[in-house]
Design a protein around this ligand. Structure first.
Ligand code: NAP
Length: 400
């Protein structure tokens, strides 16, 4: 059997790991005779990398979402037998192709929303790493998937762990799900300590090697807040049944507690290849490239409660998940805009959460929003953040 895959965001951390996983599955043919064929690849502006990937994997479609880079891409791969697409809508075109069975979304941020929704409307199998669309439009997206006979398979390691552990019982038998978090690079810091965190410190994740946006999200614990909302929609789980535990060793990827008190966890080395592979081979398990766990070499596995005082984003995440409506779109967009400013060296680390909070306080939440209202809320929050940081003496928001 051949499974035809489109990888959106193939030049990023998840995208590159996905290609490694596919190489391994194809080369060993351990996947019970299943071959994985890459139909389409996309990047935003990394022309050189995308061109190298196109040469190697020979997809029928190569997309560059930042259209300014289409000419360099054409020069780099014009001799290949591949159609070159440009602009954000090229992703929508790709996911609608009849020849695509699996859409692996490895784009960062809200930019992936249109393509994910289009894939859901076509009833595709979605392997989702790109959590932001689920955060912004979880209700709409999960409904669209159901109505069109598609599936969503989580790639985020915590959600993959929950997805796997949930198979130990029925939905009614679950009493709660527990998302684990490494705690990020600033785990031990107090409220005072985080006041002067540098970009370098925020990007120095102790366990995971990820793209810059999610690495900063891990430092603020915003990543876990987004994951709470992601889990809420993905597993149709009331917020009251979701808990977060800090687990610095990142070996237990998450847990499910059942009504009889049994707790089922998924363990593995901290390596994204494992959840990526499971999303591709599900419901089967096959041998792959992920290193196997040697528990005897692990030493202690520890767990602690999150520090909600230092990492206020966590508490906000639960609040936003409870509020629903347009709140999560604002929460996510304000974060994306603030992280962009932080990465550009324009604001302090602590200003990220302050800016998000400011937006949430000012926003009039709309319930049962249509897609246009979610997009409006998203655009409004981005404008608010950029406006706030350009204010003279913007109270909490200062230059680094
Ligand atoms: N990295 C991980 O271990 C990990 C784990 C769990 C979940 N996730 C989630 O997976 C997603 C990707 O994370 P990542 O760490 O792989 O990110 P990343 O390394 O920054 O890669 C992002 C990818 O998206 C593309 N891209 C960037 N901006 C875009 C835009 N506006 N429109 C379309 N494509 C765009 C990039 O292209 P260029 O290279 O051309 O910029 C790149 O291919 C995120 O949602 C993250 O939260 C990541």
């Amino acid at each position: 059997m051949v499974k035809h895959i489109a990888i959106l965001g193939s030049t990023g951390s998840i995208g590159k790991n996905a290609l490694r996983v596919i190489d391994a599955l194809n080369s060993s043919l351990v996947a019970r005779g299943t071959r994985y064929e890459i139909v389409a690849l996309s990047a935003h502006s990394s022309v050189k990398q995308l061109a190298e990937q196109a040469r190697r994997y020979k997809p029928k479609f190569v997309a560059i979402t930042n259209a300014d880079y289409v000419e360099p891409l054409r020069s780099a791969v014009g001799d290949l037998d591949a159609e070159i697409l440009a602009g954000p809508d090229s992703l929508i075109e790709i996911v609608q192709l009849e020849s695509v069975d699996i859409v692996l979304t490895a784009i960062v941020g809200a930019a992936g929303l249109g393509a994910v929704l289009a894939a859901a409307k076509k009833g595709k199998q979605l392997a989702i790493a790109n959590k932001e669309p689920l955060v912004i439009a979880g209700e709409l997206l999960t409904k669209t998937v159901k109505e069109n006979g598609g599936t969503i398979l989580p790639v985020d390691s915590e959600h993959s762990a929950i997805f796997q552990a949930m198979r130990a019982g029925s939905r009614q038998e679950i009493s709660k799900i527990i998302l684990t978090s490494s705690g990020g690079p600033l785990r031990k810091m107090s409220v005072e300590d985080i006041q002067n965190v540098t970009l370098e410190e925020a990007l120095a994740h102790p366990v995971w090697d990820m793209g810059p946006k999610i690495t900063v999200d891990s430092a603020t614990m915003m990543n876990k807040a987004l994951e709470v909302i992601e889990a809420h929609w993905l597993f149709d789980m009331p917020v009251e049944m979701i808990e977060v535990l800090i687990h610095p060793e990142s070996i237990v990827h998450s847990l499910v507690e059942f009504v009889d008190g049994s707790v089922i966890a998924q363990l593995g080395m901290p390596d994204m290849c494992l959840p990526i592979q499971y999303a591709l081979t599900y419901p089967e398990r096959v041998a792959g490239i992920a290193e196997h766990l040697r528990l005897d070499e692990m030493g202690k596995l520890t767990f602690e409660k999150p520090n909600l005082e230092t990492f206020r984003a966590m508490g906000l995440g639960f609040e936003v998940a409870r509020t629903g409506g347009t709140a999560a779109a604002v929460f996510n967009a304000a974060n994306e805009a603030a992280v962009e400013e932080f990465l550009a060296g324009k604001i302090k680390f602590v200003s990220i959460v302050e800016l998000i909070e400011r937006c949430l306080n000012k926003h009039n939440v709309k319930t049962n929003p249509a897609l246009e209202e979610l997009l409006e809320a998203d655009a409004w929050a981005r404008r608010e953040v950029h406006k706030n940081i350009s204010l003279p003496n913007g109270s909490q928001v200062r230059k680094c």
